[in-house]
Design a protein around this ligand. Sequence first.
Ligand code: FAD
Ligand code: NAI
Length: 466
Amino acid sequence: MSDFDVVVLGAGPGGYVAAIRCAQHGLKTACIEQGLLGGVCLNVGCIPSKALIHASKTYKKAKDGANMGILARDIGIDMVAMQKWKSGITSQLSKGIGMLFKGNGVTHIQGRGVLSGPGQVVVRGADGSEQRVGYKQLILATGSSPIQIPGFPFDNEAILDSTGALALAQVPASLAVIGGGVIGLELTDVYARLGAQVTVIEATDRLLPGIDADVVQPVERKQKKMGVKHLLSTKAVSQRQVDGLIELTLESAGKPLTLQVEKVLVAVGRRPNTRDLGLETIGLSLDARGQIPVDAQQRTAIAGVLAIGDITPGPMLAHKASREGEVAAEFAAGHSGAAMDPVCIPNVVYTDPEIATVGPSLADLQKSGKPIKIGKFGFGALGRAMTANATDGFARMISDSATDTVLAVQIVGAEASELIAEAGLALEMAATTQDIALTIHSHPTMAEALLEAAHTALGHPLHALK
Ligand code: FAD
Ligand code: NAI
């Protein structure tokens, strides 16, 4: 049996970051991974989805450039080439993690790890081989998988999960997307831009529940403009194959509906990978959602066992997993000062326009009764947004009326995914809107939307009338 100071189970953005940091702290570290290094995020999540988002945007921009004097004719789509380009990026990044492991001295063990009592993991390789790996401390980072709904078993031919939807070799003529959440809307954008007729089926009465409705509105509007249909308060009940198509039976406000499409994507959320891990052999229990409860230092109820990423409560996001990986590694190395601050986790939806938020929603802050100041600035009045042909959306800064401390920022607009970093720093440092207003922002930039929102919150907007 090989023995390690720390064993990390799973090499997604949580696990691989934790393993690298542990090794950098001088701990003898192994990382066990059953699939490809980089986990969901790098191989079948964040990175491939953003590649297809970028490629489809490039295609649409070229087609829609006439108002800027760009007349592109004979533009086509070679989906196989697009997929090849996407896979080149993911494989390069995954190999990069292997090199980082080597360079930092992390032992990469390939296979599926299952706990077999305190201090021990049994790893089964794809070839049936088995090895025992001993640990002093264990970091669990096994991630999450798509949820299936009754009547819609994934076959990744007709009924797709996100992995299948990211690997299509042809643009379907029609696509039903069950779930108007993050995955649903990002991939709706991709396939609508590439020419598919997309219908979104969402159980609740709005898209992206959890994000302020006015922030979601520009995205909804733009999708409608591309011909996307949003069926809200609608449930997918069943499906059957009819003449090479899939006929869906839906229920909308108590009334039955049918819809025929070429493909169906089911994106109704993800469940933590905490089953069949042998957690019971070390006495570790799960909460009602199947996740592992942890404290701010990622400690579970069992001494020497930490957990990070999608298997722990909170949003299922790559940057949350990575930060938790760093926090867990600090604890494992005996530095107990690091802690996770959930308020500072940004949330980005890579739709067009992009949505990016940090801190509570406006609706939640209003419900809390806390006295707040709000500064909002529309991209329509921003020079850089005009030159980028991207004037949809706004930035909103919310601060505490009494202290001026920034509490939350919501942005919907081009480059929101980049702009939110400044807002994240503001929350982390407990900056005030005055701090943002005093920060000299380059001109012309989209980031000036935040500067203007701060001025507006302070009651003296420069480029808008009060
Ligand atoms: P994972 O990335 O799920 O990695 C867990 C790893 O553990 C996997 O590689 C798995 O093979 C391995 N594993 C599991 N069990 C075992 C075992 N018993 N033995 C060995 N190995 C095991 N988040 C963002 O922040 N931004 C985005 O843009 C974004 N886009 C996304 C797009 C899609 C389509 C999807 C599906 C997700 C997206 N996410 C995004 C979410 C993000 O991918 C996850 O939050 C993130 O990957 C979680 O990281 P993790 O380390 O907890 O787990
Ligand atoms: P989600 O939780 O974002 O959205 C699921 C949606 O499906 C919700 O709107 C929900 O009301 C709806 N729904 C649930 N059951 C339904 C049913 N039976 N019929 C119709 N609608 C139903 O989950 P999603 O989109 O699957 O993404 C999973 C997670 O992956 C996200 O929560 C996010 O954490 C992560 N992710 C993050 C991204 C990013 O950061 N940009 C991109 C993609 C995924």
